[in-house]
Design a protein around this ligand. Structure first.
Ligand code: VG1
Ligand code: CO
Length: 581
């Protein structure tokens, strides 16, 4: 094949956000748009990290993935990449990509040095919806800010890209290797492989599948998993049904679709409607008794929502409960946890566990890329975000299926003597027991999606301004509700990476109250249109008579304060949030 140099001009706005570049499909489909980003990535990595190497290219299978993969294959060949690995039918979950980079060995002993992940994660897909791309490094984790900044810089000056125009399209529906000769750097190869093998092997090395199987076989236990038509379905079938013996009818929406069946593949109480209904949490009653355990994933299967019968587990509690039980419940952690970490807006439930168990603890900015350095340095085993992301150092991404297996392992542990008749310990029991031991962090997040970007910026600027005068802040607080504690501190979160010393500024506006309550305000970095304002609201109670309230009710005074302090309605024109989690 021949290498062509194609002239191009920069596009505005190719700055990767919290997790890669996400735009409408029609933006990505403009001439040279994707090509500019891919070439800018190659240039940022430098030829040394590209030439002769193996790259993984796959994703959640959303609309435009097939076209994008063929483009990236041709550009890889032209840039001197030796080998491209593609999951069958373009499919690899984000955590599976991470696992493939870290674990998979090719026939000739080759290992991957990085990956393009094609996903916009929890954003909807289809011709009028979102596509996305991000680059992961040789440790299996998202490119750090140093690299994404360089990629962005390159997109602003790019003049040409390299591609192999005459390379025929590769059939990515069939497993096998296709070789092409005659390139300037010798042979080039595309290998299409099974999307699940490497990942399933890894999961089997972490969890006790035999024990979990017994729980699933117990007549008193029932299970339901909703993949929201994302890539998780492929793994759910293989792991829950084929390996663990769950009934096929336990699976909802487990056939991946390019447009996620028209839905919003975000596992929360608003968008995972069918599962919420089945678990008895819907507005109307379901027919019959809901399952004991339910879970859902987002489009690329790195997120998870955990539900019990008529019971929602807040993600911030979920990671704390996993950390508290990991050593006993999960063979991978039998030797102990190296440490734990959470993102800043995530509740302090994990902090309390870390303290009680005397574990190293870290608070990082939003986005999984910040956990990777801690894990590589051996500082952290389990980590999580309030945004339905939970994971461990088995890969360098959050992992939706892993979180479900972790919960199944905890349920297995708590029920090990009960499988022959007695009533089972439920998800709700486990959470309530946790609150009784460690106290409860009431937690909620209000999202105002797709508001005017200008208004959102002004709102944030106003909140920063306000921080200079806490007596003024406390006047507003007391004016809204005199029972709310005083604000004792307010700042913008800034993070210095303890491993490489890099500094990330402006990572969210915090208001910290005397009783430990917190309000956090951030703008989303994953949207593709307008702006999304996120408000995180948290309150800790350690008095056992106060841990059983409804969380929206308990948090109402703080929510009122948040809306007043931020002048939410004034700046965004919204009287209500789009989503409450
Ligand atoms: C959101 C979440 C963040 C998560 C990120 C990627 O980012 O808040 O916690 O890491 O999505 O998740 P933001 O900037 O929109 O708040 V996913 O599942 O899109 O890879
Ligand atoms: Co995701």
């Amino acid at each position: 094949f021949k290498v062509s140099r194609i002239s191009t001009k920069p596009y505005d706005g190719q700055k990767p956000g919290t997790s890669g570049l996400r735009k409408k499909v029609k933006v990505f489909a403009q001439p040279h748009y994707l090509e500019n980003f891919v070439q800018s990535t190659f240039n940022a990595l430098t030829a040394e990290k590209i030439k002769g190497k193996t790259l993984v290219v796959s994703g959640d299978g959303r609309y435009y993935s097939e076209e994008a993969i063929q483009i990236i294959i041709k550009m890889s060949a032209a840039n001197g990449v030796k080998r491209v690995w593609v999951g069958q039918n373009t499919l690899l979950s984000t955590p599976a990509v991470s696992a493939v980079i870290r674990e998979r060995v090719g026939k000739d002993g080759s290992k991957a040095s990085g990956a393009f992940i094609l996903t916009a994660s929890h954003n909807p897909g289809g011709p009028t919806e979102d596509f996305g791309i991000k680059y992961n490094m040789e440790n299996g984790g998202p490119a750090p800010e140093g690299v994404t900044d360089k990629i962005y810089e390159n997109t602003t000056t790019i003049k040409e890209y390299l591609t192999a125009e005459d390379l025929p399209d590769v059939d990515i529906s069939k497993i096998g290797t296709t070789s092409f000769s005659g390139g300037p750097d010798g042979e080039f190869e595309v290998e299409v492989f099974d999307s699940t093998d490497t990942y399933v092997k890894l999961m089997k090395s972490i969890f006790d599948f035999e024990a979990i199987k017994k729980l699933l076989a117990c007549p008193k236990f029932s299970f339901c998993y909703d993949a929201l038509h994302g890539v998780a379905g492929v793994y759910a079938k293989r792991i829950f049904v084929e390996e663990l013996g769950a009934n096929e009818s336990s699976l909802l929406n487990c056939t991946p679709k390019k447009d996620f069946g028209g839905g919003h593949p975000d596992p929360n109480l608003t968008y995972a409607k069918e599962l919420v209904q089945r678990m008895g949490l819907g507005k109307t009653d379901t027919e019959g008794e809901p399952p004991e355990f339910g879970a859902a994933a987002d489009g690329d299967a790195d997120r998870n929502m955990i539900l019990g019968k008529r019971f929602f587990v807040t993600p911030s509690d979920s990671v704390a409960i996993i950390a508290a039980n990991a050593v006993e419940a999960i063979p991978y952690f039998a030797g102990g946890l190296k440490g734990v970490a959470r993102s800043m807006p995530t509740s302090a439930a994990l902090d309390v566990v870390a303290k009680a168990l005397n574990l190293k603890f870290f608070e990082v900015p939003t986005g999984w890329k910040f956990f990777g350095n801690l894990m590589d340095a051996g500082f952290c085993s389990v980590c999580g975000e309030e945004s339905f992301g939970t994971g461990s150092d088995h890969v360098r991404e959050k992992d939706g299926i892993w979180a479900v297996l972790a919960w199944l392992s905890i349920l297995t542990l708590k029920n090990k003597d009960k499988l022959n008749g007695e009533n089972l310990v439920t998800v709700e029991d486990i959470v309530r027991q946790h609150w009784a031991t460690y106290g409860r962090h009431y937690y909620t997040r209000y999202d105002y999606e797709n508001v005017d970007a200008g208004g959102a910026k002004e709102l944030m600027a106003h909140l920063v301004n306000l921080q200079s005068d806490l007596s003024e802040v406390n006047k507003i607080v007391k004016g809204v509700n005199s029972t709310v504690a005083n604000v004792k501190d307010a700042d913008e979160f800034e993070y210095t990476d303890p491993v490489d010393g890099s500094v990330s500024k402006h990572q969210g506006i915090r208001y910290l109250f005397e009783d430990g309550s917190r309000l956090v305000f951030r703008l989303s970095g994953t949207g593709s249109e307008g702006a999304t304002v996120r408000v995180y609201i948290e309150q800790y109670v350690n008095d056992s008579s106060k841990i059983s309230r409804d969380s929206q009710e308990a948090l109402k005074p703080l929510v009122d304060v948040a809306l007043k302090l931020s002048k939410m309605q004034e700046f965004t024109g919204r009287s209500d949030p789009t989503v409450i989690t």
